[in-house]
Design a protein around this ligand. Structure first.
Ligand code: PMP
Length: 300
């Protein structure tokens, strides 16, 4: 297989030579934003939604992205082409760029640095999609939304990493984080859903979540299926007594959960609503054509 190539500020570098400055404030301070995006059969999945979130995050952090959304979309497609991939996972990063050792972004120059890595990813083995995951709630809370709003997908993932470590210590692969009020928020890298009495429920943005592109799609698919889809505040009680539970995210896609803090959910098997939505989700992916960003026509 040919060596993969990484896009860095306008150029493609072979993977082994793809480097950023140690003075980059993304490296020194986690000062930047990123997206995890998938491509299926040559189409960048939910491209406009991911780019909107990236640009909104950069706007909040006052990082100027040197490319328009249209150019950024072209970069994603060029990455696919350069790496000869049809199905891929992108890591698109915009950092503050190189500065000096002070915190101040003033020394970093006017424009952020753009990196796009294009690879393949398998988060969980196939068997887990059939059998379902076990998760636990963890002690480390989501960061307070007034410290850093979780809707900014920033390069600061330390609370999530600490939560993941707690999960590993408890012998599970994914964890449920609570917010500063003790309400259910989301997982370390996925949004969380439950199904109760036929209603599909997921915490609202005010529960301190990253508003996932997959989450928003699943809410839409649920409604299109004629299901009631709600965004109420959820407590751990709601998870323990749910009929069904599942997670959504770009990397994980949609995966059932069958145990929460030792409580078996739905008899320990993925439930019918989850399986129905998973079918719809996969069909949506198969049929997906990128409609473009800002009125730019689809890529074929
Ligand atoms: N929550 C967190 C904390 C995430 O990092 C992610 C993405 N990995 C998600 C939710 C899911 O978002 P999306 O569906 O847009 O990938």
């Amino acid at each position: 297989m040919p060596e993969s190539h990484v896009y860095i500020n306008g150029e493609f570098c072979p993977k082994g030579e793809a480097k950023v400055s140690v003075y980059d404030h993304g490296f020194l301070y986690g000062d930047g934003v990123f997206e995890g995006i998938r491509a299926y059969h040559g189409q960048v999945f939910l491209c406009a939604e991911h780019l909107d979130r990236l640009y909104e995050g950069a706007q909040c952090l006052m990082i100027k992205i040197p490319n328009s959304k249209k150019e950024m979309r072209d970069i994603l497609y060029r990455c696919l082409e350069k790496n000869g991939l049809q199905d891929a996972y992108f890591r698109l990063v915009v950092s503050r760029g190189p500065g000096d050792l002070g915190l101040s972004p003033k020394k970093c120059g006017e424009w952020g640095s753009v990196v796009c890595i294009c690879a393949s990813i398998t988060l969980y083995p196939d068997s887990l999609y059939q059998k379902g995951l076990e998760v636990v709630t963890v002690a480390v809370p989501r960061a307070h939304p007034e410290t850093l709003n979780p809707r900014v997908k920033s390069l600061n993932y330390l609370p999530n990493i600490l939560a993941k470590i707690e999960g590993h210590n408890a012998g599970v692969e994914e964890v449920v984080m609570l917010n500063h009020r003790g309400e259910v928020s989301e997982c370390s890298g996925d949004n969380l859903f439950i199904v109760k009495d036929g209603v599909v429920k997921t915490p609202p943005p005010s529960a301190v979540i990253l508003e996932g592109c997959s989450r928003n799609l699943v809410l839409r698919l649920a409604r299109e299926k004629g299901l009631e889809a709600a965004q109420p505040t959820l407590a751990r009680y709601d998870l323990y007594t749910a009929d069904e539970c599942f997670l959504t995210g770009t990397a994980a896609e949609m995966i059932p959960v069958v145990k929460v803090d030792g409580r078996v959910i739905g008899g320990g098997r993925p439930g019918p609503v989850t399986q129905g939505l998973l079918g719809d989700f996969r069909r949506y992916i198969q049929e997906y054509r990128d409609p473009g960003v800002c009125g730019v026509s689809g890529h074929s």
